[in-house]
Design a protein around this ligand. Structure first.
Ligand code: VG1
Ligand code: CO
Length: 542
């Protein structure tokens, strides 16, 4: 049954911040998926007879890619392939399943927050046995194999019925179709005080969860409305669609605007949340108050002990470099270590495995803990609910109290999407060239204290990651960071991260865009954004 098929390399299969992402039409080229999946297996060893988990976020081309991946995995000698029913598994659910089954690894079909449909994006990511994204040494090896691949292995068989729960024998191994929610929901039950959250909903607490027609719908319906007793209708846009209803499944203030508007209206429920295409991001909005992901990380860490899974306290807190320093202040108060990593969840894996960090987060709406090795959207929502259920305060009260204790890191990210690639690279090169001359310069009231291109030395495996983002740091803790996205598929996306610290007792109630106005203006001037890219204003402000 096993067949070896000749193929030719595609030279552009380089994984980015989170796997390989391209337009659907590129993935539909002959052997494009086959080459990449075979290259994953070519870079691994010792998996004969072992278990592989496969699932995706339900976007266009999900089922086709899964059938190919199943065949290639069996032909390469995996013994058991576990697939979510309908091809559906959220990214954190894949991570949880790999760990629960002791699987060798997993393949996630997703382009996460990128738009879907025939004209949208698709993606493939490999996760290792700890449940987390493959580290750079693995993704580098996969890329190297894509450059020289000459054959791939597959089996001759009809398609596996992805909608029929249970197992089928195939090519000397087996394929098992599992409910995508059961294992994940059981894990959540071990971490959170579900009785307290049930009592909160029973007391009349109202919530809106926008699943954005993406993968979290089935999980949110089952856990929030099913197990926790939230009223029907709490979850909206809860059916995964191949094109996400034509929207960007990116839970930010631009693409989740309907939720934002509802939460700012007089009739707002108590709590609003949303998740992205593959279920690993979270947006948190209280009645009348948006909580930035950086603040959410800090607030969750400060209150984590109220959840049974974290009752013994945290070992450490890790955040990506562009994420605000709000979490560092919580770590300092708790007397635990704070870690600063490059952008992308793959850099947290070693810290979590080594027991150095318990909670991690990114400014891009990713939060998670050592329960899995991915960021986890619904986990963050449930931790918020657990905290609110135990403290019985509003989100706005909790935020005010947090800032009064720790001070407030005013924060915003400005994205300039689909900028011309050479212009974006030119802008970054020019910034890098200026780094040595910036310290000591004054721009109005802002004095540059230090400037560098962030590099990271992993304390666990000793690996180094260079050129991870240009940082300009000012006296008093203000900061502007520039980097180019590693998940976009058209041109380049320039991300500008802007932060200013206001101590306790200061002016803590301002609108972030107002509080940061001087720094925002300087961020444009320093990098000559308009001159180099032709853009007067960012496409997305979060
Ligand atoms: C973005 C975010 C980063 C996140 C990554 C994957 O990367 O900035 O924090 O880890 O997306 O998230 P970039 O390189 O475009 O800035 V997801 O939810 O798309 O898997
Ligand atoms: Co995602």
């Amino acid at each position: 049954m096993i067949r070896t098929v000749k193929t030719k390399p595609y030279l552009d299969q380089k994984p980015g911040t989170s796997g390989l992402r391209k337009k659907v039409s590129e993935f539909q080229q002959p052997n494009y998926v086959e080459n990449f999946v075979q290259s994953i297996f070519n870079s691994l060893e010792g998996f004969s007879g072992k278990t592989l988990v496969i699932g995706g976020d339900g976007r266009y081309y999900n089922r086709e890619a899964i059938q190919k991946a199943i065949r290639i995995a069996l032909a390469n000698g995996f013994g058991r392939i576990v697939v979510g029913k309908g091809g559906i598994l959220s990214t954190p659910a894949v991570s949880a399943l790999i760990r629960a089954l002791g699987a060798y690894g997993g393949i996630i079909l997703s382009a996460s927050h990128n738009p879907g449909g025939p004209d949208g994006d698709f993606g493939i990511k490999y996760n290792i046995g700890n449940g987390g994204p493959a580290p750079e040494k693995v993704t580098d090896a996969i890329f190297a194999h894509t450059q020289t691949i000459a054959t791939y292995k597959t089996i001759d068989s009809s398609d596996v019925d992805l909608d029929a729960l249970g197992g089928v024998a195939l090519a000397g191994g087996g394929v098992e179709i599992v409910d995508p929610v059961v294992n994940y929901a059981a894990l959540m039950r071990t971490l959170f005080d579900f009785d307290a959250v049930r009592a909160l909903f029973a007391s009349g607490f109202r919530m809106r969860f926008d699943a954005m027609h993406a993968v979290t719908g089935p999980y949110a319906h089952a856990i929030l409305e099913g197990i926790l007793g939230a009223p029907a209708g709490t979850v909206v846009n809860g059916t995964p669609l191949p094109d996400f209803g034509g929207h960007h499944p990116d839970p930010n203030l631009t693409y989740a605007k309907a939720l934002y508007d509802e939460m700012m209206s007089p009739a707002a429920p108590d709590f609003g949340a949303a998740s992205d295409g593959d279920g690993d991001r979270n947006l948190i909005i209280g009645r009348g108050v948006f909580v930035t992901p950086s603040d959410s990380l800090a607030m969750l860490a400060a209150n984590a002990r109220l959840a049974p899974g974290y009752a013994n306290g945290l070992k450490g807190i890790a955040r990506s470099m562009p994420t605000s320093a709000a979490a560092d202040r919580v770590a300092a108060k708790l007397g635990i270590r704070a870690y600063e990593t490059p952008t992308g969840w793959k850099f947290f894996g070693n810290l979590l495995d080594a027991g150095l960090a318990t909670i991690c987060g990114e400014e891009s709406a990713g939060t998670g803990s050592n329960h899995v090795r991915e960021k986890d959207g619904l986990w963050a929502v449930l931790l918020w609910l657990n905290i609110l259920a135990r403290r019985r305060v509003s989100v706005a009260e909790l935020a005010r109290e947090h800032w009064a204790t720790y001070g407030r890191n005013y924060y915003t990210r400005h994205d300039f999407e689909e900028v011309e690639l050479t212009a974006a690279n030119g802008l970054m090169d020019a910034l890098r060239a200026e780094l040595p001359s910036l310290p000591g310069q004054n721009f109005g009231a802002l004095k540059v204290e230090a400037a560098d291109d962030f590099s990271y030395h992993d304390p666990v495996d000793g690996s180094d990651a260079e050129r991870q983002g240009v940082r300009v740091m000012f006296a008093g803790g203000s900061r502007v960071v520039y980097r180019l996205s590693g998940t976009g598929t058209v041109g380049a996306t320039l991300r500008v991260y802007i932060e200013r610290y206001e101590p306790p007792g200061g002016d803590l109630g301002l609108d972030a865009q107002v509080a940061l106005a001087d720094l925002i203006a300087l961020s444009r001037a320093l990098a000559q954004i308009e001159k180099r890219t032709g853009r007067k204003a960012p496409s997305v402000v979060t």
